[in-house]
Design a binder for this molecule. Structure first.
Ligand code: SPV
Ligand code: MG
Length: 432
């Protein structure tokens, strides 16, 4: 019997629609279909992480009658799998002739040529695509569980998880929707940071917990309503230990992905203040108890308790920070934020060098507010996994608002401002 031809189809298959079925049907007519299912990591390299996990997507595909076999495709680049399988055909919708996959396509054609394989490109099914469906999903929202688990999946899928401060629904929408393509690479923010500093500043109050947790948590709802990306909550020092489980439970129930708890006690001051008089660091035992208490209050492993070490902020040294990191990790912390208010990243890098070798190592978080000259690539090189841009949308909005007010005062009309602000039509469309 003549051996059946091999047909390779690369798919993300997050939300399957008739366009995918059309591709698979066409492929099946040509021979045995092997689907190269893109891993979370491969997808994250060029677009948003999928809603469904690899395992879930694999189960769906394996049960489609046009599919013979499903294997992982670990990069957007098809070449590794193609060289192993040497398929007679690759089938892909013709939409990749332009855009970010253009080069990927050319590499497929070149590779197939080596053994006389052919690229077949059925016409792209109009008016349907996962991206369009995802837009509709965004209108409906997401479930708390799906959102919550995304942080953990992003940590596994990406070399860096990029988080930006959000203090309102509108800033949440910016983080949700903004994407740029630079040098054929796709970049976006992966999630949101709910900052005590900006939540307080927004209400004209100092960052000293005078805006209470209930007010801040209530504000989160508005952000969660218009976004699907994960959110990390700045929990200050967690408050009283006997209240802490209730806060953690509220956050997890809402679909928040993590709470960061800092090891300071006494007078609450923002860590970037020069003067930390009155602020003290908790004992290692005292704070480890808090971490365990918080961890025990979680209902799933998807919700992260992140311990934030303030040793450097309070003038202590590397040894103190390391001792604490190991203790907090043993107490159940899922990740460690090492904070610094220096202008360069030396402190956090010397910490990272040592902590990486510890048997209690956990993913590290950086907040590059004072050492803002540091590039993400250097944080990645030093082993950091989450970067939080902690206050930048708030800080960007203030001078813009002052400038707008000034421009009106100067001109005694608003016309001069028009070219600097979003047109009314655009803002109406943005939120319709
Ligand atoms: C915040 O954003 O409120 C933080 C980070 O806690 S920092 O301002 O650096 O203390
Ligand atoms: Mg804070």
């Amino acid at each position: 019997m003549k051996k059946k031809k091999l047909v390779y189809v690369g798919l993300s298959a997050d939300i399957l629609h008739e366009g995918h079925i059309n591709i698979l049907k066409t492929a099946n007519k040509l021979g045995d279909v092997i689907v190269g299912l893109l891993t979370d990591k491969a997808i994250a390299s060029y677009k948003k992480i999928p809603h469904l996990s690899y395992k879930q997507r694999e189960i769906v595909l394996k049960n489609i009658k046009f599919v013979k076999k499903v294997i992982p495709q670990k990069t957007l680049d098809y070449r590794v799998n193609l060289k192993i399988i040497k398929p007679n055909f690759v089938v892909h919708g013709d939409d990749w002739k332009i855009g970010i996959q253009k080069q990927v396509r050319l590499n497929v054609i070149k590779t197939l040529k080596k053994w006389g394989g052919k690229l077949i490109e059925p016409k792209y099914t109009k008016n349907i695509s996962s991206t369009l469906i995802k837009k509709d999903i965004l209108k409906v929202g997401t479930s708390p569980d799906t959102r919550k688990s995304k942080l953990k999946r992003l940590i596994e899928a990406k070399n860096i998880v990029r988080i930006l401060e959000s203090h309102s629904a509108l800033t949440g929408m910016i983080i949700e929707n903004l994407k740029i393509i630079k040098n054929q690479n796709f970049f976006e923010f992966d999630g949101m940071w709910s900052s005590s500093l900006t939540d307080s500043a927004l209400r004209g109050k100092p960052d000293n917990q005078s805006v209470d947790y209930s007010t801040r948590i209530a504000g989160l709802n508005e952000i969660l309503e218009v976004t699907t990306k994960p959110l990390i909550f700045d929990a200050d020092n967690g408050g009283r230990i006997e209240h802490l489980p209730y806060m953690i439970k509220s956050l997890e129930r809402m679909g928040v992905s993590a709470a960061i708890i800092e090891d300071k006690i006494g007078l609450k001051k923002n860590s970037l203040f020069k003067d930390q008089k009155g602020a003290k660091q908790d004992s290692i035992i005292g704070f480890s108890k808090k971490i365990s208490k918080a961890k025990n209050a979680t209902i799933s492993n998807d919700f992260f308790i992140i311990a934030r070490i303030e040793s450097y902020i309070l003038g202590k040294n590397l040894n103190d920070a390391l001792k604490r990191a190991e203790a907090y990790s043993k107490a159940g912390a899922d990740a460690i934020l090492i904070h610094s208010k220096e202008k360069n990243p030396n402190q956090i890098f010397e910490f990272a060098k040592k902590f990486i070798k510890s048997k209690y190592f956990k993913p590290m978080v950086a907040v590059p507010s004072s050492y803002s000259k540091t590039y993400e690539k250097d944080l990645i090189k030093n082993g950091f996994k989450i970067i939080i841009y902690a206050n930048h949308l708030m800080r960007a909005s203030y001078p813009a608002m002052v400038d707008a007010a000034k421009t009106i005062l100067m001109n005694k009309r608003s016309y001069e401002l028009e070219k600097k602000i979003i047109p009314i039509k655009e803002i109406i469309n943005l939120v319709k």
